[in-house]
Design a protein around this ligand. Structure first.
Ligand SMILES: Nc1ncnc2c1ncn2[C@@H]1O[C@H](COP(=O)(O)OP(=O)(O)OP(=O)(O)O)[C@@H](O)[C@H]1O
Length: 809
């Protein structure tokens, strides 16, 4: 395929098909639990089933693509010679440093390398950077001509090497080596390279999705290889991996002519074109786009892929299809890429200077990139700046800014007020109402300010609001301006005149205009999700601000909460029913907190947030589930500490009156390390008839023939659900407690069961609501489930909980 023009020329128009969501009507949500008989035996029951073989990890779906106002890939620096003169690295690092990743792996216990954050793994990785990354010796792919587009085959070669291992350390080494080669030869392609590695086309806030289902991909594979759809479907049934089906289909296809080899930039452009196609015949043009990419795949280097084994050689068709499905199956967590990128960059900079970076420098580079990315999660902004100014200077050039949403700080659950007091012993803390609505990050820049709402924000996302321009983002950095035009319309009235720019952390909560009080979350969910017309708004919303992250041109995340709160209160005017500061209380005594908790519940809140108030620890920690924020929910005091957000993997047909709907469901938590969904319970309680009907309508669209290879579930016949689903919907679920069961797989790798054959399961789970603000890979993690289990157990065994996070880099 010819390379399409650079992405900067493309003007993506409209967001493609969005994920389907279920809005549950208020009435149906409010109805009491409607017990539904779960088809199988009670949770927690022992049974001798076989341990299931979980296939290699598969990347959970990520959304993709952008609607950029400015060039998507600003050229970092044209002046620089892309290929510095090859240099011989003279400096000798210590002996240990010459270890290769595989040697190092042998030294480490298998379970110790599960996460790249382990200090010893990081230390070894840094040693590797000092040696292999500062020479060309281990580059994964033969050098292409400096300055020329990076061949897509080079990326696929790296993917195929990564596919051969599950060890983070080796994955990191492969990534770093390849990224450094890209930096050395074609630094302008670093951005699309990184994006394709993380299965994205653009930052989340750009709101572009590929909008492609399995059937469209099968159609494209069929049409581009001359095989019938029926045959492709049959292959898919047998192989269970469309990427490999694409490879199999290609191998039987005689090549009439040799198209031009794919490049990373060309593939990115092609995919972007597919994602942004709209209007009449969009589906057909998407298929054409895929066909074009597939026909060019492997043109010049047809990889020999043994499709009988998942871990075949490199094949462009395989990775294109997997990208389209949002599943590269590589275990390339965003954190891995970040660390690899920092290592590649520091090694590249050293290589250019004919030096070797010290481990201190490598550590510093990693920390800079992680901090910068947590405040400004946009490779589109960071990569060009990093290439131009160097990684050590990145902080000066890339700061939190209005227009680029950051991942919010999250709280750790606690079970009792005494736990809070233990945690904050000797330190000042503050309590705030925990409002039950939707997180909203509001960005604003006045027209007469010395700055602008980020250039990388799609223009449609920035709304004129009187004296300024504003945008609202969700917890997941999705753009919410079309959901809350009423908030934007009133915004100017609560922004003080000398407040010229800000990023606010808030909760948008349904508001009862007559009673002048907040309404439960269920009310908020009855609002339309997008294209809301102000005149049609029935459920009014009040914004409760609890933090200020940026003010008048300056990021203030490092200031103490006390200072941020003062600035917050100084910079805005509360307006009844529209904008308010979160109700807070600084008392430190148990009975004061108890009284405040009771008040919060009376005020229709979920409970309290308790936050460190002073000192560096009270700084805002983007993307972290931090112990400096604790939540006490009203229902903590009975049952386990927190509800869980679980992914629906399967369902059982209803019986009797319910034959037309699903009567019970199989739920799973998410394991971000192995990128698998681990089953955790069957649920049939908490649903009204109306809700069951709605869920059925939504879920039927996602039925698949068989469980995905990245579902960790029981294989015993009697435990199989009647239908399986794509991992799409996240539900909030409460449980009486947690137990170990051989029938479920949750947390099996977390060491809670000494014998290792039982997973954690929920007892008496109860459906609370659909969490359509969470994506499946943001569900409660296996580790969190294990942490809850340990906490529950710790009453008798007094074991400390493990740390965890949601987005942390
Ligand atoms: N005063 C407040 N301070 C911080 N967050 C608040 C506050 N009031 C309400 N919230 C909401 O509570 C959430 C913090 O709780 P947590 O970190 O547990 O998020 P979560 O994982 O979405 O869990 P939950 O289901 O409890 O909302 C925030 O995302 C925000 O939406």
């Amino acid at each position: 395929m010819d390379d399409a023009p650079p992405v900067k020329d493309t003007k993506p128009k409209v967001v493609a098909e969005k994920q389907k969501t279920v809005a549950l009507p208020r009435a149906s949500r409010r109805k009491g639990p409607e017990p539904v008989k779960v088809k199988e035996e009670e949770e927690g029951e022992d049974n001798d089933e076989e341990e299931e073989n979980v296939p290699p990890p598969e990347k959970a779906a990520t959304k993709a693509a952008a609607k950029p106002k400015k060039p998507l890939f600003p050229v970092a620096s044209k002046k620089k010679d892309p290929e510095p003169k090859p240099v011989k690295v003279e400096k000798v690092v210590d002996e240990e440093a010459s270890a290769s990743a595989s040697e190092v792996e042998e030294e480490l216990e298998e379970d110790e390398v599960d996460e790249e954050e382990k200090p010893e793994v990081i230390a070894k990785a840094r040693k590797i950077v000092q040696t292999t990354l500062t020479t060309k010796a281990k580059d994964p792919y033969p050098d292409w001509k400096p300055g020329e587009p990076v061949p897509y085959a080079a990326l696929c070669k790296t993917f195929s090497l990564i596919e051969l291992t599950t060890k983070r350390l080796i994955i990191m080494e492969h990534c770093s080596l390849f990224l450094r080669q890209v930096l050395r030869l074609t630094p302008d392609d670093l951005l699309p390279t990184v994006l394709l590695m993380i299965n994205k086309l653009a930052p989340d806030y750009a709101g572009i999705e590929l909008g492609i289902g399995e059937s469209l991909i099968m159609k494209a594979i069929g049409e581009s290889t001359g095989r019938s759809l029926a045959v492709i479907k049959q292959d898919q049934k047998e192989i269970g991996d469309l990427g490999l089906v694409a490879v199999k289909s290609r191998s039987t296809q005689p090549t009439m002519f040799k198209p031009k080899a794919l490049t990373i930039r060309g593939v990115h452009n092609g995919l972007m074109g597919i994602a942004t196609v709209t209007g009449n015949g969009a589906q057909g043009r998407k298929v054409d786009g895929i066909k074009k990419l597939l026909s060019a795949a492997d043109a010049n280097s047809p990889g020999k892929v043994d499709i009988t084994k998942d871990k075949g050689g490199p094949s462009e068709a395989k990775y294109i299809v997997r990208f389209l499905e949002g599943k590269l199956r590589l275990g390339l967590a965003e954190r891995t890429i970040l660390v690899s990128l920092a290592q590649a960059m520091i090694a590249h900079e050293a290589y250019k200077k004919n030096t070797v970076p010290s481990t201190g420098d490598i550590e510093k580079a990693e920390s800079i990139l992680k901090t910068v990315y947590s405040e400004l999660p946009s490779y589109d902004v960071i990569i060009p700046a990093m290439v131009e100014h160097g990684i050590m200077n990145l902080r000066e050039h890339c700061k939190l800014r209005p227009g680029v949403p950051l991942k919010p700080m999250l709280a750790k659950p606690t079970k009792a007020i005494t736990e809070v007091l233990d945690r904050f012993d000797g330190q000042t803390f503050t309590c705030e109402y925990k409002y039950d609505g939707e997180r909203a990050q509001i960005h604003y820049v006045a027209k007469d300010a010395d700055e602008e709402l980020s250039q990388s924000l799609p223009s449609a996302a920035a709304t004129e609001v009187g004296r300024g321009v504003a945008a609202i983002f969700s917890r997941n950095s999705e753009e919410l301006s079309k959901k809350y035009p009423d908030v934007l319309a009133k915004l100017q009235s609560w922004v003080k005149e000398d407040t010229k720019s800000f990023v606010l952390d808030c909760e948008s909560v349904a508001w009862d205009v007559t009673e002048k009080k907040v309404l439960p979350f269920q009310q908020l969910m009855t609002r339309k999700k997008k294209d809301v017309k102000i005149e049609e708004v029935k459920v009014k919303v009040c914004v409760f601000a609890f933090d200020l992250l940026y003010l008048n041109g300056e990021a203030i995340v490092e200031k103490s909460l006390r200072e941020r709160r003062e600035l917050l209160h100084k910079s805005f005017n509360p307006v009844e029913g529209e904008f308010a500061f979160a109700t807070c209380m600084d008392g430190q005594e148990l009975d004061e907190i108890q009284t405040f908790l009771d008040l919060s519940v009376k005020a229709s809140c979920e409970g309290l947030m308790v936050k460190m108030l002073d000192g560096t620890e009270s700084g805002y920690e983007p993307s972290k589930r931090s112990r400096n924020w604790l939540k006490i929910k009203k229902d903590y005091l009975a049952g386990i500490g927190d509800s869980l957000d679980l992914v629906v993997l399967g369902a059982y047909h209803g019986k009797g009156k319910r034959t037309s709907v699903y009567g019970a469901f199989l739920l799973a938590c998410y394991n971000p390390v192995t990128e698998t969904y681990e089953t955790v319970c069957n649920i049939g309680t908490g649903f009204s008839e109306a809700v069951l009907e709605e869920l059925h309508t939504a879920l039927v669209e996602t039925v698949i023939d068989r469980p995905k290879p990245f579902y960790a579930h029981s294989t015993g016949g009697q435990h199989q659900p009647d239908v399986w689903f794509e991992p799409r919907f996240v539900w909030e679920v409460k449980t009486a407690d947690l137990t170990l069961s051989p029938r479920y797989k949750a947390g099996m790798k977390e060491g809670v069961d000494p014998a290792g054959d039982k997973g954690i399961s929920l007892r008496f789970p109860r459906f609370i609501k659909v969490r359509d603000d969470k994506k499946p890979d943001e569900a409660t993690t296996s580790r969190q489930v294990a942490e809850m289990y340990r906490k529950q157990e710790s009453v008798t065994k007094s074991k400390g909980p493990a740390a965890d996070d949601d987005f942390e880099y």
